[in-house]
Design a binder for this molecule. Structure first.
Ligand code: NAD
Ligand code: DAU
Length: 354
């Protein structure tokens, strides 16, 4: 079996659902159920003996030790993190705690457990760390996309905390020989994406007739990847990645934010027309994110060449599926827009001048 951390969040829940759709290898899923974690994402697995959900914190060393001793996973796939850049600007402490201390705790628990394994299990054991392209910093308009060899230049508290965790993972391999792999992925989108992030926020705000906030000039570029393609990339690295190596995962899909906004508006105009007029009427330019990275782009040739991974979705197919999923899951959206969500919207957008 495998131990997944953060498997009630956006990517983690997609990964667990995908994993169990493709294999019968059981999953123990450790998640603290922060605002971003949601048991409803895993509802399809209710009563499925292959999935064991554990409500707990990756910083709890005793809990992690006992899960490793009890379940003896052959691998740890580590998603758990604070993941939202804007939240890291308002409150970086939680990012240091989970992303840095939490990864340190997991690495130490994994190292102690790994040392006790018999040779065969020891050789097969893997610690896969899920990270981000944001650790590489920001690209100029004509720079080549991020390769695995790019220097780390994180610019936000979030990306700095992820960079720190990547360095810990690297060091635990180099110093202790822990069998690790790391993947650095670009922006994901798809089902179960929490509506604090750009694409789901655009969809839920459009349907509610609320402003669509575009930071700064809207010309920042992100490289978008449908979430199940990211999950497939992680499975490929887990299965065949070289120990101690990092793999960049991305969709060769650079888009300016304003073009994402217009695409989502056009899809909604087609799928759920609003009698009040085109959704683009709601576009509102607001004060920029402090330290906003201008451009991310991933060079995914290493994982393509070495592991044969390629994205299955184009942006056109993925964004259509995504918008359709949100239209069909109004209950899920209503459920995550709790009081705490409203507090966040006030915190993040109240001071941004429209
Ligand atoms: P998310 O915020 O949707 O989910 C994070 C999950 O981790 C939640 O279920 C939360 O409850 C859990 N969690 C948080 N703190 C925890 C703790 N201390 N102990 C246990 N569980 C805890 O995040 P996501 O977007 O699914 O991202 C998952 C991982 O992928 C993160 O490591 C993130 O850095 C990385 N990543 C995300 C993207 C993206 O576009 N979303 C891209 C590249 C990499
Ligand atoms: O690149 C990978 C990263 O992508 C992940 O590591 C992060 O966990 C994930 O949150 C994401 O970070 P971004 O900051 O790129 O994603 P976000 O959806 O917050 O913003 C995408 C772009 O849209 C970014 O340039 C900021 C802009 N934006 C965002 C919001 C929430 C807006 O213009 N308006 C908004 O209201």
């Amino acid at each position: 079996m495998i131990l997944v951390t953060g498997g009630a969040g956006f990517i983690g829940s997609n990964f667990v659902l995908d994993w169990l759709a493709q294999s019968d290898e059981p999953v123990v899923n450790l998640d603290a159920l922060t605002y971003a974690g949601n048991r409803a994402n895993l509802a399809a697995l209710d009563g499925d003996a292959r999935h064991t959900f554990v409500h707990g914190d990756i910083c709890d060393r005793a809990l992690v030790d006992s899960l490793l001793a009890t379940h003896r996973p052959r691998a740890i796939v580590h998603f758990a993190a604070e993941s939202h850049v804007d939240r890291s600007i308002h409150g970086p402490g939680a990012f240091m705690k989970t992303n840095v201390d939490g990864t340190f705790t997991l690495l130490e628990a994994a190292r102690a457990h790994w040392a006790t394994l018999p040779d065969g299990e020891k050789a097969a054991f893997r610690f896969h760390h899920v990270s981000t392209d944001e650790v590489y910093g920001s690209l100029g308009p004509t720079d080549p996309p991020f390769a695995e060899t790019n220097p780390y230049e994180p610019n936000s508290p979030y990306s700095a905390s992820k960079a720190a965790s990547d360095h810990l993972v690297r060091a635990w391999h180099h110093t202790y020989g822990l069998p690790v792999t790391t993947s650095n992925c670009s922006n994901n989108y798809g089902p179960y994406h929490f509506p604090e992030k750009l694409i789901p926020l655009l969809i839920v705000n459009s349907l509610a007739g609320k402003p669509l906030p575009v930071y700064g000039d809207g010309q920042q570029i992100r490289d978008w990847l449908y979430v199940t393609d990211h999950c497939a990339g992680i499975r490929a690295v887990l299965a065949g990645g070289k120990l101690g190596e990092t793999y960049n995962i991305g969709g060769w899909n650079e888009k300016a934010n304003i073009d994402i906004v217009k695409t989502v508006c056009a899809l909604l105009d087609e799928l759920r027309p609003d009698p009040a007029g085109p959704y683009s009427r709601l576009i509102t330019y607001v004060t920029d994110r402090p330290g906003h990275d201008r451009r991310y782009a991933i060079d995914a040739r290493k994982i393509e060449r070495e592991l044969g991974w390629r994205p299955a979705e184009t942006f056109d197919t993925g964004i259509r599926k995504t918008v359709q999923w949100y239209l069909e899951h109004a209950d899920w959206v209503a459920n995550v827009q709790s009081g705490a969500y409203k507090d966040w919207v006030n915190t993040n957008y109240a001071d941004r001048v429209g």
